[in-house]
Design a binder for this molecule. Sequence first.
Ligand SMILES: [Mn+2]
Length: 316
Amino acid sequence: MNLNLSDSLADELKLLKEWILASRGIIVTGHINPDGDNIGSQLALGEYFDSIGKKFILLDEDPVPAFLRFLPNTHLLKTLRETEVDISAYDLAIVVDSGDIGRIGDVAGVFNQSIKIVNIDHHLGNTRFGDLNIIHEKASSIGEILYYFFRINDIRISPEAASDIYTSIITDTGFFRYDQTSPEVHMIAADLISHGISPNYFHIQLNMMKSLGYTKLLSLMLSRMELAEDNSIAYSYLLNDDFNGYPDIDTDTMIEYLGTLDSVSVYFLIKEKKPQLFGASLRSKYDVDVAKIASVLGGGGHMRAAGCRKIGRAHV
Ligand SMILES: [Mn+2]
């Protein structure tokens, strides 16, 4: 596939390789409550650093969610709680998938002044907090940007890195359904499939491996569904107590069931993540901009998928 990158993006991706080669040690991190794009892109970078013998650590505030543990080498992803970081060994930090530095949570606390930060992101309104900012708002995912990084710098995409990039893309595009699913996304997928990726395997791992607890929580969530505005808005909630007996269940994709009703245009799911700490995920089927709604509540995201965290009871 021919890469059709803007000159500025191509230059930034080449500069990134120079910074990587020149660095003594690299910290790779992403946002709290990590998703498939975040984890996939960190692991893909780890595969590359491993192949060139570069010292690196993949470090996040939160652990890898269970549904992504099928990916190769997830043991390389560490949390601050389980690992001691000798910060003097690192002079470069690569932050993926985070619109502002606050999204990486506690990990920002280990950075010191001498660490250079590379900010790789595709969110609208990224605050450009890095020393090098590689912001490609049209990209489906960080995985897509890393595919360009590998290709333009003639870096071999190992089978493991291919799995990581493919996972980034399919999780952030909802399996090629959302707006950012460009012709390029399909061409990248075609290339990855020709390198041995089995789409059915990823579908089974990501969609068809739910636990019994997941099914029970889903049924509870659907039983609480409410409709408003001539049935164009659907919403539901999950309370902290609902998770008793079902720790670690990933409910991120459950919200999509609220949008399956034909009359629904906007749908949202409120979750009490810790007692009295509520977060909301919002989705839009057509042209309502839910990122604007989320921003009023201190959150953000994309036009059709947004969220906000730490909203108090008074807002709900
Ligand atoms: Mn992303």
